[in-house]
Design a protein around this ligand. Structure first.
Ligand code: FNR
Length: 395
């Protein structure tokens, strides 16, 4: 397995390199998924059952991966899905990811439970860079309201991503097992920057902060794992009826709902357009309801039962994206963009910003090859005629 970034030729290599470099605790948290890892495994596998339908005699001299996401120009249709605690893996953290997104013109959704504050992360961005901020509504609503007020002051944040698939965390045994020594139930160190109430825009020395963070997380023997510690305070009582009106009072930004797993919920979401501008079909990387379907199944359900919503909302997918061909297949089936959860965490774990850049370099090159071999110059040319998803439709 690879010992350096240069030796990493694909996303699996990057995961293997990160696994060597990050602490057991970080690995347990990143790698883990619920119960028997059935959704996680299926997320990774499902794309291999979708076949490409390449066309011949098409001039593929040019290839352009740029597109728009929610009306914002980006250079690549893949984006960073919100994922907590990047600094568990490397001191560059989410701010390093922001720099990598700057290099590649990629969009980043900052987690509610990021290990750096939104101000710290966005301070590292270039003009024109696009961010979303992900919200886990807190039982103490005032905490979320204060965060939304902070987000208002950050014009780079173009939307609020409201995650709905994990009103409670799944049972993640790899995360629970990798405890070691000490006792820190409710320890500050396993709380995100926001939970720590840090509104500060000043940066501690990166190494210093990571050491402190890791030291304490390494001592987590509360038995709940990092995931459970982070979920403390997250509200389990959200509803269509109450939550969207509440949110409207506290933000003017478009809303993207994350974690939809059925076409029924996608349809209801579309009734809330234009306040709801997009949906991310997701099973939380298999970390919430185990045996929930991969997002591509939900996308196929939408195509079958309520295809009109693809014109009312931007529909995104995440989960199990490991290859440029996976990105291309999702786009061909109607996704406007594709989220990456673990892959950037592993890139960061492997080598900080440089690791995330290597990940983007690999995925972009793989995407370009796939588009050229299909006979597509532009993202907008991709359509269902480019794939055969019958094997998945039968599942
Ligand atoms: C996540 N995910 C997540 N989602 C979210 O809305 N808020 C969050 O804070 C987190 N945190 C988080 C931490 C870790 C370690 C992982 C692996 C995932 C879910 C994430 O946004 C995304 O849906 C999945 O990770 C996508 O699956 P892949 O790309 O990891 O296969």
């Amino acid at each position: 397995s690879p010992d350096s970034l240069e030796e990493c030729l694909n996303v699996d290599d990057i995961e293997a390199l990160a696994t060597k470099k990050i602490s057991r605790k970080a690995w347990g948290y990143y790698f883990s998924a619920s119960d028997d890892l059935i959704s996680k495994t299926f997320n990774n596998r499902v794309y291999s059952s979708i076949l490409m339908r390449p066309r011949i005699f098409v001039d593929c001299t040019r290839c352009d991966t740029s597109t728009t996401l929610l009306g914002n120009q980006v250079n690549v249709p893949f984006f960073i899905s919100p994922a907590a605690m990047a600094r568990l893996g490397h001191s560059d953290g989410e701010a390093g990811m922001a720099r990598a997104c700057g290099t590649y013109g990629a969009m980043q959704i900052i987690s509610n439970n990021a290990s750096q504050t939104p101000e710290q992360i966005i301070a590292e961005s270039k003009p024109g860079q696009v961010f979303g901020w992900q919200l886990y509504v807190q039982t103490e609503r005032k905490k979320s309201e204060d965060m939304l007020a902070r987000i208002k002051k950050l014009p780079q944040v173009k939307f609020i991503c409201l995650t709905l698939d994990a009103p409670v965390p799944g049972k993640r045994e790899h995360d629970e097992r990798t405890k070691s020594g000490g006792g820190v139930a409710g320890n500050l160190a396993v709380r995100s920057a926001v939970q720590q109430g840090s509104a500060s825009e000043t940066k501690p020395h990166p190494e210093e902060k990571t050491l402190r963070l890791e030291e304490k997380v390494e001592k987590d023997d509360s038995g709940g794992g990092v995931g459970k510690a982070l979920f403390a305070g997250t509200a389990p009582d959200l509803t269509w009826k109450t939550t969207l009106p509440w949110l409207r009072q506290h933000t003017d930004l478009p809303i993207v709902l994350k974690g939809l797993q059925t076409h029924e919920d996608a349809y209801i979401a579309s009734l809330h357009a234009p306040q709801v501008k997009g949906i991310i079909l997701s099973n939380h990387g298999g970390r919430a309801m185990d045996t929930a379907p991969p997002s591509i199944h939900t996308l196929l359900e939408i195509r079958q039962y309520c295809p009109e919503i693809l014109n009312k909302l931007e529909v995104f997918v995440d989960g199990g994206i490991r290859r440029g061909t996976d990105v291309v297949k999702a786009l061909a089936l109607g996704a406007k963009g594709v989220g990456l959860g673990r892959a950037p965490l592993y890139g960061n774990g492997a080598a900080g910003q440089a690791g995330v850049e290597r990940l983007f370099e690999i995925l972009k090159a793989e995407m370009e090859t796939a588009m050229r071999l299909l006979g597509c110059e532009k993202v907008s040319e991709l359509g269902p005629q480019h794939v055969n998803a019958r094997a998945v439709e039968r599942d």
